[in-house]
Design a protein around this ligand. Sequence first.
Ligand code: SOE
Length: 381
Amino acid sequence: MSQTPSRPLGVAMIGYAFMGRAHSQAWRTVGAAFDVPAVERRVVVGRDEQAVAEAAQHLGWQEHTTDWRAAITREDVDIVDICTPGFLHAEIAIAALEAGKHVLCEKPLANDAEEAAAMVEAARAARARGQVAALGHTYRRVPALRRARDLVAEGRLGRILQVRASYLQDWLVDENAGMSWRLRAETAGSGALGDIGSHAIDQIQFVTGQAVTAVRGRLATIVPERPGRDGPEQVTVDDAAWATLELDGGALASVEASRMATGRKNALELEVYGTQGALRFDLESLNELWFLDATVPVADQGFSRVLVTEPEHPYLEGWWPQGHMLGWENAFSNQARDLLLAVQAGDPAAFSPDFADGLALQRVLDAIIASDAVHGATVSL
Ligand code: SOE
């Protein structure tokens, strides 16, 4: 088992853009919200010396470097937090695990199942040494979604019949929106499917406790060319994706992911229908969970809004009095909490999802891509 040092745990974060900013915030606030081991933002890594120096100052990191290998092998670094584009996840995560560090990796775990499988191998060996290999499906730590999972697990919905999940954004509706790593297959793996569809599929499995066994999927690249640095460039990933999923508990699910949904900014919506009740959630109103109890007389049935801000609700013990709303970033602090507690306990199994969950999800994503290639035919996992 890896020993927790007597000094504060040191974090090295690789990447400092959107996700790096969210994770920096989490490392900064986690100790103020929760009773966890002390943690220090030791070193941030980026490719551009001046930009990473500015990021270090702005985001509160003690040091910066352009050399990720040097950062992850430092004696005073215990946790490596990977916030890079997907194509760099495998190499950095495997090296960090081999260097004896705990790892938190942003989702999706990798760009394809082959890379993800190599990461799982490294995580398996590291786990025997007490190292945590955590996957950042942060929405599992949104209190309302955790509460949704608990309600299903407690049997309050009865047998789950059907799930609808969608994750809709609109930042690519403008056909002049420029190219970025997120729109290239070699850096991002896939587009809306891997970036946001992965969250929707993770939620289907997390909330129902059922695993995907077969898929039928379609992908679309609605704007095939976008302005690049040196002129028009080919978009090599999907702008939108659709799939139906069969689950091992007998339920059916539909999932939709789009960056072309005009007016929808960050709408991860989940609807779960069971024999005794139903749930609805929308990330754009993330403190609310809508619950229908179908065991009361039908004349009295209706969805009721549960404001998930009570001290009894998951993670709320660290935050504000009831009714004082949480935001999107709180889930990242909740995630940091759970990681630090798993590290403190010397118990890698205390944190989920782990890399094996990431591989399983990657196989679902790959199956949807394979199904699209055969015009939506069923692909079994
Ligand atoms: C991070 O968890 C993430 O999935 C980003 O990668 C997406 O782009 C964002 O919109 C939702 O959060």
